[in-house]
Design a protein around this ligand. Structure first.
Ligand SMILES: [Zn+2]
Length: 172
């Protein structure tokens, strides 16, 4: 849909180029781009010389009209005020990087509220001083559990919480 030219410098070999990148994605129209975001290949450039992978961030909008949410990604600016006005009934979510973007899409697509997940993750983080980050993985409807990935300095592990824990915070 809409594009921006991004300047890329390979940190490993100094290769320099410009690439075209999307600034707006509507998943119902571009399911392949949705997949690339979820698989962390969308905002990544692989150097043709040395194969070093560079991740880049620019202002970007993901708009899921069917589920009614917008995610604005930016390194340093807030979501434009005009978006609130244009889509007053839709959730407007702010993220800083592509990893966070993919995580928030998964949370919303699984029918969960990212603000409540953020609250739960914060509490869980405090209970585990070794953990570097906790990432949402998925929701298992059959066993009524939510799976999280705990990222440590040199490994990671999947841990589950019961749906009830989530619901407890919804009610609060
Ligand atoms: Zn390179």
């Amino acid at each position: 849909m809409r594009h921006i030219l991004v300047e890329i410098y390979c940190r490993q070999c100094g290769y320099h180029t410009h690439i075209k990148s999307h600034t707006l994605v509507k998943p119902e129209l571009e399911p392949n781009l949705r997949k690339r975001i979820l698989h962390h290949t969308m905002f990544t450039f692989e150097c043709p010389h040395c194969h070093f992978k560079t991740t880049f961030v620019h202002n970007f909008l993901y708009h899921d009209t069917a589920r009614g949410f917008l995610i604005f990604m930016s390194k340093d600016s807030d979501a434009p005020e005009s978006l609130h006005k244009q889509f007053p009934d839709q959730a407007l979510i702010q993220v800083n990087d592509p990893v966070e973007l993919a995580e928030k899409i998964r949370i919303r697509e699984d029918g969960l509220d990212d603000r409540i997940m953020a609250q739960i993750k914060e509490i869980l983080r405090k209970q585990d001083p070794e953990v570097v980050a906790i990432r949402y993985h998925d929701r298992d409807e059959t066993s009524k559990t939510i799976w999280l990935e705990y990222i440590y300095a040199d490994n990671s592990a999947y841990k589950a919480i019961a749906d009830q824990v989530y619901e407890h915070y919804v009610k609060k």
